[in-house]
Design a protein around this ligand. Structure first.
Ligand code: GDP
Ligand code: MG
Length: 153
């Protein structure tokens, strides 16, 4: 099976509200393997780099304020079609439109506080993993479903 990695981040409101465990649980239950995790306070420079493509948006300043308002939980999750599977689990950007059962659908009310980030493509994932984990490369994990007692392989 093709293994892919994606970058996921519990944003400061998710950390403040004690939702790291619930979010991690959803990724594990879905079938992802955790490849890296770190709780960190990011500075404005990293927040601006992370959301660089949104620099021209009117809400960019507010977005950087939000992302630097407290610690975030940065993670790398691995699995088949990890980028697309993570985006499906997270739900639509605006929690108003995010379906119940998705993370944003279940835990968030407002687009300015949508509690979690997931990379939108394999290229974004590689860029974001590099930004947050740098030379500390994420672990390469086995497909949790594969192996002697699993269905995969
Ligand atoms: P995502 O990939 O689903 O997170 O969505 P985008 O890449 O389009 O936007 C990145 C983040 O910017 C979103 O997750 C929100 O936190 C924030 N954002 C997007 N649109 C708005 C908006 O209209 N107002 C505010 N305050 N934040 C927004
Ligand atoms: Mg995005």
């Amino acid at each position: 099976m093709q293994q892919e990695q994606t970058f996921v981040m519990v944003k400061p409101d998710g950390v403040r509200r004690g939702l790291i465990g619930s979010i991690v649980a959803r990724f594990e239950q879905k079938g992802f393997a955790l490849a890296a995790i770190e709780l960190l306070q990011i500075d404005r420079e990293l927040a601006e780099q992370h959301y660089g493509e949104l620099r021209q948006k009117p809400f960019f300043g507010e977005l950087v304020d939000y992302l630097t308002s407290g610690p975030v939980c940065a993670m790398v999750w691995q699995g088949e079609h990890a980028v697309e599977n993570a985006r499906a689990l997270i739900g639509k950007t605006n929690p108003v439109e995010a379906a119940p059962g998705t993370i944003r659908g279940d835990y968030a009310m407002d687009i300015a506080g949508n509690i979690v980030h997931g990379s939108d493509s394999a290229a974004s994932a590689a860029r974001e993993i590099g930004l947050f984990f740098g030379k500390h490369a994420a672990a390469q994990r086995m497909d949790p479903y594969a192996g002697e007692f699993g269905h995969g392989g």
